[in-house]
Design a protein around this ligand. Structure first.
Ligand SMILES: *[C@@H]1O[C@H](CO)[C@@H](O)[C@H](O)[C@H]1NC(C)=O
Ligand SMILES: *[C@@H]1O[C@H](CO)[C@@H](O)[C@H](O)[C@H]1NC(C)=O
Length: 219
């Protein structure tokens, strides 16, 4: 009997760690600014990356700057940081180097964002609502480290921590997907939801603090 109980507890623990959830037509809502509400995304691949594509949706009324996607490694806090500096500018940091993209003002409509980066050329592309902005080049030849901590809702200023309430995300975020390669341009318009590094339809994540998962009302 005792053995059976132990086995059951072991299975429950195992499923708690390995659980992947299909978040099709769901979003995470961060209802208010905070220093301790966030979601940790556990990647399906834990390797060094030379290329990537990241896509997601955001819906927010924030006017101040906020973290959209924070990917830290032990040596580099901003291994990948996608940050909205203000209503007219995004910044993208890779391997600690930052570039900025001017964007047109979006009066509180949901925004579909994709970022691609390729090490060999260093070319980074930011797509906003299926439109590519002027391309830029950074970190040519760089390789992103493995063992990333990936966090939504906060900007990591250290590996897995050092959050700033004034950089927290407030609003809805969904369809977060990441690939270890550069997707062809046609796919940036298709709003797909299944990457091989992060897959919204098979997502392993941990919720922290005050946030909720809700049906998507706006896509
Ligand atoms: C990254 O993409 C380039 C093509 O641009 C390819 O040659 C290289 O093998 C890729 N690296 C990895 C680790 O997949
Ligand atoms: C956040 O911003 C507010 C208003 O600008 C400021 O008063 C506060 O000190 C800031 N908090 C932190 C932790 O930076």
């Amino acid at each position: 009997m005792e053995k059976q109980l132990q086995w059951t507890l072991f299975l429950i623990t195992l499923s708690g760690v390995m659980a992947c959830t299909d978040l099709w037509k769901k979003v995470f809502l961060f209802p208010k600014p905070s220093q301790d509400s966030y979601v940790t995304l556990i990647p399906l691949l834990n390797t060094r990356l030379q290329n990537f594509t990241l896509c997601l949706w955001t819906y927010t009324e924030l006017m101040r700057g906020y973290s959209v996607f924070s990917y830290a490694t032990q040596d580099v806090d901003n291994e990948i940081l996608l940050f909205k500096d203000n209503i007219r500018q995004y910044s993208l940091t890779i391997g600690g180097e930052e570039i900025t993209f001017p964007v047109s003002e979006n009066s509180h409509n949901p925004e579909h964002i994709c970022v691609t980066w390729e090490s060999a050329s260093g070319v980074a592309v930011l797509w906003i609502n299926a439109k590519p902005l002027v391309r830029q080049v950074l970190k040519v030849g760089y390789t992103l480290n493995a063992n990333a901590k990936i966090i939504l809702g906060q900007d990591q200023d250290s590996y897995g921590g050092s959050f700033d309430i004034n950089q927290s995300f407030v609003g809805e975020i969904g369809n977060v997907c990441m690939w270890d390669y550069v997707l062809p341009p046609i796919e940036m318009k298709e709003k797909c939801s299944c990457g091989n590094v992060l897959n919204w339809r098979n997502l392993n994540y941990e919720e922290n603090g005050f946030m909720v998962t809700l049906p998507n009302l706006w896509v």
